[in-house]
Design a protein around this ligand. Sequence first.
Ligand code: DOR
Ligand code: ZN
Length: 335
Amino acid sequence: MEFTLHSPLDMHLHLRDGAMLETVAPLSAKEFAGALVMPNLVPPITSKEMVKEYKEQILQASQDGRFTPYMTLFFKSEYDYDFLQDVKDTILAIKLYPAGITTNSSDGVDNFSLDALAPTLEAMSELGIPLCVHGETNGFVMDREAEFVPIYERLAKRFPNLTIIMEHITTKEAVEALMCYENLYATITLHHLYITLDDVAGGLLQPHLFCKPIAKRPEDRMALRKVAFMAHEKVMFGSDSAPHPRSKKEAPGCAAGVFTAPVALAALAQIFEEAGVLENLQKFVSDNAQKIYGITPPKKEVRLIKAPFEVPEKFGDVVPMFAGQKLSWRVERVL
Ligand code: DOR
Ligand code: ZN
C-alpha cells in the first residue's frame, strides 16, 4: 500500500541552535515543506534582528531549498503596535509561554490579567498576527491544561478577531473549549495521539516520553484522536518535537520533550491507517494549517509505503520516539 502527502507541515517545532540545530533541522526539512519554529532559545527570540538571524541559521542548516521555516517571536507584553508592525512580515505568529512552565520559558508571562496583556493582544489582532499559547497553569501537573481553559475562554471572548492557537492540546476539556469559540484553533502532537501517562510512568519510567504538557488519561487521548482522525478544520499537526541530548533525558532532572520529527510522518500514517482514516491525513498535516494560517508552503510530495521502518536508536545524540522499534509505514521517497 502507498500513500502520498502533499507539502506536509509541522506547525509546532523546536529546532534549537548550534550543533543541535545542525543535527535536527535536516531531519524535518527532508520530509516537511515547512514548520512553525518555536522561539524558546536562550535567550528567547524577541526582536526582528533575532528572528532574521535565526531564520538564516535554520535555512543554512536545513540543507533543503524547499523547506520554509515559519518564524515566531517569544511573547512579551512590552511589544507595542509600532514594534509589531515592523516585525510582522518576518514572523507568522507569536508564542506565549506562562513564566517557567517549560523549557526556557522563564521570561514568559506571569500576569494573566487581560488588562495587562490587552495592548499587545489588541495590536496583534489589528495586525492579523496569530497568538500561539502554551496553555498550562502551575497547578497540579495533571490539571494544568484544564485549569488554563478559562484563560483561553477569556482571551477568545475579549479578542474575537485574534486567531488563537491552543498548542499541543492533551485533554478533553481543551477539545470541548476549542469547539465553542470561532477564533480558537489547536495543534495536536504525534505523541499525545499515541500515549497516555501509563506509557510514561505506568511501568519503568520512560524519560524519552516525558514532556510538557504531560500525557493524560485514555479518555483524553480518545478526545484528541476523534478530532485528529476526522481532520476537524480547527486542528492541525504540530509535533512539538523537542530534542534534548541523551545526557539531559537519561538523568535526574530529566528535561521535558519528545523527539518525534524523524518518525512523525511514518507514525502518523500508521495510526491513521489503523483507524481507517488515512484519507484524512492530508488535511491534518497540511490543508488545515494552510487555511488557518493563510500560507502556501513549497511543493513537496512525500510518498509513504506500508513497509517496515526500523527506527534508529539515535540521531546524533538524541533518542527519537520509537527508538529501536519497528513502525509499519515509512517514507519512501520525497519528490
Ligand atoms: O516537552 C516540552 N518540551 N514541552 C514544551 O513546551 C517545550 C519543549 C522544549 O522546548 O523542550
Ligand atoms: Zn513546544
